[in-house]
Design a protein around this ligand. Structure first.
Ligand code: NAP
Ligand code: MG
Length: 499
């Protein structure tokens, strides 16, 4: 097998980018870590070192927060009309689009996902996300408030929405560029400044984005990008006393640490955490669309989606047919390095995730689950796992209760439709759910009872910048996207004037 580095399609700009030691962006300058340290990011298809990146820690976070504070309080950003801010965000979107192929290649190399997926999903979604929030920069408004206890015309009361200030943004590795956009789009629209820490596994597209942020003409210090480890750089950012808000996407476990770290200065916190999302197929569903829908609900992005439909509940009369269909879909998936033109599924992101997912598979099989297909690692090089369908599970098994974050679905039959809501909600998570039925009344009645931030009916994984996304229960605090996210990046000020 050709190594990725010698694959014929690699863009020379991408080769040059990964060959260069990557620095961090602080106050509009590309600088080394204060410690001088670097860390390696790996190509998950081969396990080989892909690039060397400056390793930010507490001291670099301090420098970046100082720059973000200065840009927020006194730099050109603080005086910029919203229309100009909106144009800059739109310009950034145009630049990302112009470099779509470069971003797609970098993402595929760093994360492992198929190049084709990065081209049609990660990068275009990033572009449209930025454009959507470019539009919001000019539409953040307050209200006039008729006071109810005062006589008319004695007071004028109104609210204004102001940017929350300096924001710390900590993101995961599953959609590295898109997660950066989910954080930066609304914070820039609201007029905040930020310090972004990408995941240690996938810092490259965020760093390339930093170059385009400079090219677009954002003032120095508005966006600072500090790659590094969660335990050092991430923890310092979450705890920093001069950060007004922290926005985090990642595991529920680390989400709890973020909340604790934020307690020092009571900074605002928004969290987008894990899930164990139920996907429910009723016997009256259009099975021709439900089967591929259920397969893509779990296998898209190798199951490395916080909203993956990982618990598949199927009404008994169609259980065997659906399990056969989803298993057949799993077997058709070409598991290959992301740079191979016909790759449908690349490797998991890291050795750690490979061990984690294989550990879950072993535990499930040991406890009596049966793999209809898959159930183990794919090949012996890189971090590939076979798309897996597990049956014969029960509600106490770890594979049913815990987030696996890999291409593993547990298929569970149900016979009494009145019990399915209880089963679907029997989880500490509440991020997403799917319902498949031709009976529109039943579908909406079930959707109303599901404790999840997003419910897809007769579809799955439909994302749109205008549609809020986030979790009930231990899946998080607050919402990303839509106008809802802007509430997290603004403070409301009431102004009351005697007339
Ligand atoms: P993670 O540890 O939660 O990492 C997410 C981000 O938080 C990364 O930037 C990470 O930095 C940072 N971080 C880690 N420890 C931190 C700390 N103490 N303080 C502040 N920031 C910290 O997730 P992971 O290790 O990449 O994956 C583990 C599990 O998380 C997955 O198996 C999955 O269950 C879940 N996950 C969920 C999502 C989602 O979209 N909801 C995405 C990815 C993973 P470093 O990467 O540099 O350590
Ligand atoms: Mg980690």
């Amino acid at each position: 097998m050709a190594t990725v580095a010698s694959a014929p399609t690699i863009d020379p700009k991408v080769s040059a980018f990964v060959a260069r030691k990557q620095k961090m962006l602080i106050n509009g300058k590309w600088v080394d870590a204060a410690s001088g340290k670097t860390f390696a990011t790996y190509n998950p298809a081969t396990g080989e070192v892909l690039a060397q990146v400056a390793e930010g820690d507490r001291e670099d976070i301090n420098r970046a927060v100082r720059a973000a504070r200065a840009a927020f309080e006194s730099g050109p950003w603080s005086k910029m009309p919203p229309a100009v801010r909106g144009k800059l965000i739109w310009k950034l979107a145009d630049l990302i689009e112009k470099h779509l192929e470069e971003f797609a290649q970098l993402e595929s190399l760093d994360n492992g996902k198929p190049l084709g997926i990065a081209r049609i999903a990660d990068v275009p979604l990033t572009v449209e996300h930025m454009r959507y929030y470019a539009g919001w920069a000019t539409k953040i408004e307050g209200n006039t408030i008729p006071l109810i206890l005062a006589p008319p015309n004695k007071f004028l009361a109104y609210t204004v929405r102001e940017p929350v200030g300096v924001v710390g943004q900590i993101i995961p590795w599953n959609f590295p560029l898109l997660m950066a956009a989910w954080k930066l789009g609304p914070s820039l629209a609201a007029g905040c400044t930020s310090v972004l820490k990408p995941a240690e596994q996938t810092p490259l597209t965020a760093l390339r984005l930093g170059e385009l942020i400079q090219e677009a003409g954002f003032p120095d210090g508005v966006v600072n990008i500090v790659p590094g480890f969660g335990e050092t750089a991430g923890a310092a950012l979450a705890a920093h006393p001069d950060v007004d808000k922290v926005a985090f996407t990642g595991s529920t476990e680390v989400g709890r640490l973020i909340v604790q770290a934020a307690a020092g200065n009571l900074k605002k916190v928004s969290l987008e955490l894990g899930g164990k999302s139920p996907n429910v197929i009723f016997a009256d569903a259009d099975i021709e669309s439900a089967i591929p829908g259920a397969a893509s609900a779990i296998f898209f992005n190798h199951g490395q989606c916080c909203c993956a439909g990982s618990r598949l509940y199927v009404e008994k009369p169609i259980f065997d047919k659906v399990v056969d269909g989803v298993s057949h879909s799993a077997e058709q998936i070409k598991v290959k390095p992301g740079f191979e033109p016909d790759s449908d599924m690349g490797p998991l992101v890291s050795q750690e995730q490979l061990n984690r997912v294989c550990g879950y598979l072993e535990s499930g099989l040991k406890e009596g689950a049966k793999a209809v297909t898959g159930g183990k690692r794919h090949g012996d090089k890189g971090y590939f796992v076979k798309p897996t369908v597990l049956v014969n599970t029960n509600e106490t098994m770890k594979v049913v209760r815990e987030e696996i974050f890999g291409p593993v679905v547990t298929a569970i039959p149900f016979s009494d439709p009145s019990e399915i809501v209880g089963k679907a909600n029997d989880t500490t998570y509440g991020l997403a759910a799917g319902v498949w039925s031709r009976d529109i009344k039943k579908a909406h009645t079930v959707a109303a009872k599901l404790r999840a931030g997003t419910v897809w009916i007769n579809c799955y994984n439909v994302f749109d910048p205008a549609m809020p996304f986030g979790g009930y229960k231990e899946s998080g605090w607050g919402r990303e996207m839509g106008h809802e996210v802007l509430e997290h990046y603004t403070e409301v000020k009431s102004i009351c004037s005697a007339l």
